[in-house]
Ligand binder design. Structure first.
Ligand code: GAR
Length: 201
């Protein structure tokens, strides 16, 4: 079983999808050992509490980037997490942090990378940009995290149709339901199974 840390900043629907998949054993190789938020008051922390998962809030604004990352690294190590999942986590991690967990951090992004990704593309802004460009198909991507924002190796993608009359909110809701909440648990299981295999060798 691979101890996994899920990092969050917002509502936590992707966290919920992962926790549900662990509970119904769709995810068999990982357990969520830690949920960490980078800002106080996000509903994702409440979800962790409701699922009885260890959780903590590290306020990046008041701590500053350096102390925030040091505390985060310490928490991840203390909970013996070998996999880190960014599930709607909006802080950009430094090169040093990414290097310390190279190949073991994954992120969910709400578009088909390389479209609508990189610095400044997060949350509703991604869907706004997709609607402005008039694409007919969008979707979600799970990728490995490297030093380039949304630039790491693509692990899974799922397409979603854009419908006439979509608003950023309605598109976001469909992309979450039809893509993100499906491929994120799949990617967690895929990565955890791989890490477990390495351990068994
Ligand atoms: C999700 O749509 C996720 O893909 C996006 O933020 C939302 C968080 O929702 N992440 C990014 O835009 C990262 N670049 P959630 O808190 O309900 O999972």
């Amino acid at each position: 079983m691979v101890n996994t840390a899920v990092l969050v900043s917002g509502g936590g629907t992707n966290l919920e999808a992962v926790l549900t998949a662990v509970e119904n054993k769709t995810i068999r190789s990982a357990r969520v050992a830690l949920v960490a938020a980078d800002r106080p008051g996000c509903y994702a922390l409440k979800r962790a509490e409701l699922h009885n998962v260890p959780h903590l809030c590290l306020d990046r604004r008041s701590l500053g980037k350096k102390c925030f990352e040091a505390a985060l690294k310490k928490a991840v190590e203390e909970h013996e997490c070998r996999l880190i999942v960014l599930a709607g986590f909006l802080s950009i991690l430094s090169e040093d942090f990414v290097r310390a967990f190279e190949g073991r951090i994954i992120n969910i992004h709400p578009s088909l990378i390389p479209s609508f990704c990189g610095d400044g593309f997060y949350g509703l802004k991604v869907h706004q940009a997709a609607l402005e460009r008039g694409v007919k198909i969008t979707g979600a991507t799970v990728h490995l995290v490297n030093e380039i924002t949304d630039g790491g190796k693509i692990l899974l993608q799922k397409a979603v149709e854009v419908k006439d009359g979509d608003s950023p909110e309605s598109l976001q809701e469909r992309v979450m339901r039809e893509a993100e909440h499906i491929i994120l648990p799949q990617a967690v299981e895929m990565m955890a199974a791989e890490l477990q295999k390495e351990e068994d060798v």
